[in-house]
Design a binder for this molecule. Structure first.
Ligand code: CAA
Length: 259
């Protein structure tokens, strides 16, 4: 069956595939179906010998504005625990081939977390990164507290996670979150160029080198991610989560009560 919310482009360059997130009206908000389609596509490209590197992008305005708030807004903690929406992320994380995120516009919440799950990040000058979940009465749940902290350090990660502020592409580059910034009309081309350079190397060496680089900072990540996920789901027991997400849907400022 053809995916609905992603577009798969095979051979955009020799041995390079491109997955484009495609819910433009919703700024590529990551609903359950999109994440399942992404997981399935990555699994199949990972097993395809004609593909050595995979580029993931959104569009010029948004890589992705996070998990789909409207899909989560009325869920209970038990619903969240049972749906376990982040279990698809475990499969995505297992992708053996290098993943390059080509980011323009918003990469927020789950969008920023998906970018950080990739191995390299090429950003356009309009890219904005953020973990704004705190403004919804919740917290990052797909790796944000762990991967962002490892990438940019405690001080900036704490500020971004606790205030929800967005950072610019230049701030992200200075903090070590991304590889480089290019003009908006070139970010995809630059991601494909980098992918082509890697695709020309030995696929086996590339695979083992990727595995080894990830090992360098992965040792206690599992524990942190597990801890984070439980807390994210648990926050759906709070009134503040209902208020935060409802306020987003109603386009008003939330009033949090700490309950
Ligand atoms: N979920 C669902 N819908 C979303 C969305 C999201 N994360 N982000 C944007 N949309 C929808 C909007 O509701 C709007 O839909 P309607 O036209 O039907 O009203 C449409 O996309 C366009 O968005 P805006 O009108 O808000 O666009 P804007 O340019 O004025 O603002 C924005 C852009 C600042 C990114 C704003 O949309 C925004 O703040 N989005 C939410 C960002 C966010 O909080 N992300 C975290 C989600 S929770 C999460 O990701 C948990 C996790 O750890 C995985």
């Amino acid at each position: 069956m053809q995916p609905e919310f992603i577009i798969i482009h095979q051979q955009v360059a020799p041995f390079v595939a491109h997955i484009q997130l495609n819910r433009p009206k919703e700024l590529n908000a990551l609903n359950l179906q999109l994440m399942t389609e992404l997981k399935d596509a990555l699994k199949s490209l990972d097993a395809d010998d004609s593909v050595r590197v995979i580029v993931i992008s959104g569009n010029d305005k948004a890589f992705a504005a996070g998990a789909d708030i409207k899909q989560m807004a009325d869920k209970s903690a038990m619903d969240m625990y049972n749906i376990d929406q982040f279990s698809t992320w475990d499969t995505i994380k297992k992708t053996k081939k290098p993943l390059i995120a080509a980011v323009s516009g918003f990469a927020l919440g789950g969008g920023c977390e998906l970018v950080m799950l990739c191995d390299m990040i090429i950003a356009s000058e309009t890219a904005r990164f953020g973990q704004p979940e705190i403004k919804l009465g919740v917290m990052p749940g797909a790796g944000g507290t762990q991967r962002l902290t490892r990438a940019v350090g405690k001080a900036l990660a704490m500020e971004m996670v606790l205030t929800g502020k967005f950072i610019t592409a230049t701030e992200a580059l200075n903090a070590g979150l991304i590889n480089r910034i290019v003009p908006v009309e070139l970010y995809l081309q630059e991601a494909f160029r980098l992918a082509t350079e890697i695709a020309a190397q030995s696929p086996l060496a590339v695979r083992m080198a990727k595995e080894s680089v990830l090992k360098a900072f992965d040792s206690s990540l599992e524990e942190g991610l597990h801890f984070e996920r439980k807390n994210f789901y648990l926050l759906f027991a709070s009134e503040d989560q209902k208020e935060g997400m409802q306020a987003f849907v109603e386009k008003r400022t939330p009033v949090f009560k700490g309950k």
